[in-house]
Design a binder for this molecule. Structure first.
Ligand code: EPZ
Length: 439
């Protein structure tokens, strides 16, 4: 069991003004890892998962599956051997699991394997209403009964699961992954229509197929699943994180730097590269690298977030803060979530000008940001505010970095390796020392 993440009140302190320069290795994709680690319990044999990002959210899932008896062996901080054979309960009330949205993958995995699951309703970042009605609709289509019990526990159970045709009213990453998990050992064929096409959907499908599942069409909007009796051991390496890579790419753009993200799949980054080129950056693609050379002054453009292969919603705060320093006025429309602009008020403290009207923010670019004390409202907004602080003049302090640590492995360490002046501090004395050292 990984040690409970102590929730000491830590902050980032940043001295801005240094362009990010150099190479940075991108970790495994968090949003693939969460579905894969849940799916790994579906075999009664050892499953080795490599390139697991060392972040809080993966620790929560690992602790939750260990809590119901699965074997979890940490080979190193990014490699785990999981064995579902020793699971003795389908009831995941583990307090921490409530904190992450992806806890719902444990419903699909346990229901798919044991035909029953009791899992606390998901938490996760506050970026708008985040229902799981499509997950539940899918489970019911497979033959399960599903109730939300007192205390926000999802209780799903079925005599047996039978393949079905499931049409998602909205494109949903979570529902698509959850139904792949629940249907891969059902009797007969399942077709998922209007499925999400993100790279991490394909990764979870490839992982389950490595365990003996029969899933075809992942990456398109129609996924066909032939239920199998059993899943077996496998060794699988998670794809690189598209959003972590995109975050460092925008870091190069906003600081006028020159950064190469390594161990990436350039095709997954195409929509981000295209937008950065529109904003005046130079992009050089290699086999597993993308180099971003920032412009002297970025130019404005318009962004609309869309399901993959459109511009990712998880990159919306990061690109928006870069546009807040660009020449001209930009529009950023958020079409996936209904409350993902909470960082705009925080950015205003640094001098950013954004006006939110409905699901669009209108941004008037300014010449510079001034360092300020800000708070991370959620994972990606927190990362965006760090990028803004790196570009700002003077010192900034970012509070509530626990959100950022949920999804970025060694974020401050990787930024320091690119020349950033950033440090984690847990009290004013440490902050003062940093100011004196770097002032
Ligand atoms: C996943 O969230 C990611 N989280 C999110 O990343 C990401 O922003 C999102 O997909 C979209 O790409 C994980 O993978 C753990 P959705 P998820 O289901 O599955 C609505 C990050 O920063 N919806 O694709 O929750 C939903 O409210 C996080 O890493 C329903 O109405 O996203 C949203 O408006 C943030 N009913 C839209 O669909 C449902 O049953 C898309 O949500 C399910 C979703």
């Amino acid at each position: 069991m990984k040690s409970e993440e102590t929730e000491t009140v830590e902050e980032y302190i940043v001295k801005g003004g240094t362009p990010l320069k150099g190479e940075v290795r991108i970790s495994g994709a968090k949003n693939a890892a969460l579905g894969i680690l849940a799916g790994a319990i579906m075999a009664d044999e050892p499953v080795t998962v490599e390139n697991v990002p060392d972040v809080r959210d993966t620790h929560v899932i690992l602790n939750a599956i260990e809590g119901v008896g699965a074997g979890v062996k940490e080979v190193d901080k990014n490699t785990y051997i999981i064995n579902g054979k020793s699971i003795h309960s389908i009831d995941i009330q583990y307090e921490q699991v409530k904190k992450i949205r992806a806890s719902y993958y444990l419903i699909g995995a346990l229901l798919g394997k044991y035909h029953e699951a009791k899992v606390a309703l998901p938490g996760g970042c506050d970026i708008g209403s985040r229902p799981i009605d499509m997950h539940i609709k899918g489970f019911k289509a497979l033959g399960a009964e599903v109730d939300i019990m007192a205390g926000g526990v999802v209780w799903a159970r079925a005599e047996k699961l039978t393949g079905a045709n499931i049409y998602f009213d909205m494109v949903s990453v979570g529902a698509t992954i959850n139904l792949m998990l629940a249907a891969c050992m059902a009797e007969g064929d399942t077709i998922l229509e209007n499925a999400a096409k993100e790279p991490h959907i394909v990764d979870v499908a490839n992982f389950l197929n490595a365990m003996g599942a029969s899933i075809k069409g992942a990456g398109t909007d129609v996924i066909r699943i032939k239920g199998v009796e059993k899943l077996h051991s496998a060794t699988y390496s998670i794809i690189p994180d598209q959003i972590e890579a995109g975050t460092f790419m925008v870091g190069a753009a906003i600081t006028g730097g020159d950064v190469t993200v390594c161990d990436v799949i350039p095709k997954h980054l195409e929509s981000i590269s295209a937008k950065l080129m529109e904003m005046g950056c130079t992009i050089e693609e290699g086999d597993d690298t993308v180099r971003v050379i920032g412009a002297k002054r970025l130019t404005s453009t318009n962004i609309k977030t869309l399901p993959y292969p459109g511009f990712p919603t998880d990159m919306q705060p990061q690109i928006a803060v870069a546009l807040a320093l660009a020449k001209g006025t930009s529009m950023v429309t958020e079409s996936v979530f209904d409350n993902r602009f909470r960082y705009i008020d925080e950015l205003a403290r640094m001098g950013g000008h954004g006006k939110v009207e409905g699901n669009t923010v209108y941004i008037d670019g300014v010449e510079k940001f001034s360092g300020a004390q800000v708070a991370a409202p959620d994972l990606r907004a927190g990362a965006a505010l760090v990028l803004a602080a790196l570009a700002a003049e003077g010192f900034s302090e970012i509070e509530d970095i626990i959100y950022i640590q949920r999804g970025y492995e060694d974020f401050d360490g990787k930024l320091r390796s690119l020349g950033a002046s950033i440090q984690i501090v847990s009290d004013d004395r440490e902050a003062q020392k940093f100011r004196l050292k770097t002032g």
